[in-house]
Design a protein around this ligand. Sequence first.
Ligand code: GUN
Length: 287
Amino acid sequence: MADIIDGKALAAKVLAGTAEDVRAIVSAGGQPPGLAVILVGNDPASEVYVGRKIAQCRKAGIRSIEHRLPAETGQEVVLALIDELNADPLVHGILVQLPLPRHIDAARVLDRIDPEKDVDGFHPVNVGRLSTGTGGLVPCTPLGVMLLLDSVIDDYRGLNVVVIGKSNIVGKPVSMLLLEREATVTVTHIETRDLPDIARKADVIVAAAGAPQLVRGYWVKPGAVVIDVGITRVVDHDGNTRIVGDCATHELDHAKAVTPVPGGVGPMTIACLLSNTVLAAKRAAVA
Ligand code: GUN
């Protein structure tokens, strides 16, 4: 049987460390770290994610400032709000929940966030910093993926890693982090030919395609580590909603270790958002 990498337990550890950091900041006379969350519209999945982020902030002692704006809010209003939050010294992190309504240009909005407060790591300055290995804030899901991998891998040098998916949120940044560790990284996507053959050569697979159960047992070499970033909601024939990952996990007994869905990458993303917020607050304090 493959080991199941427990994302919930690891996230709890990260959150405990973050809460400890917050207590240390406050007991030294500092302001508690503050995270502003902007949600435009009422996409149901986004509502759930934002609700979880805010609840975890409260638990960790991070001040969360919620800005819920109606779906028809104009782009200029969102940009003006970001300007205000950029200038507010009590706000250390700014998160704009994606996707934004179609009439808003997400790239313009993300570009407006002060890179030092960009706890999602989506600003081009942070993307550049990541690709040059020069600090910056790193996107939360890729950070979480690396912590999960670190729990089963000591040395990445020369390992063959296949990343499935080339998104700005997961595929591209996680590839950069793995390259920094000197893995041999192959980034694949929907147009990649012979994907099962490429995947079968991998020591590590990071599946972030958003394609339910794409990765089958025969795609995975015995002893490989598989990180499943997929979270697709599917409705069963009896009308129940289920979350399904990108991997057919029940076919992966021959893997060394796999992450479950749910309970793998998901909890790590929020934990890393909070640790990024504390990091941004610490950097602001010494700036
Ligand atoms: N929507 C889906 N994933 C994310 C994320 O990591 N950050 C933000 N801001 N929006 C998202």
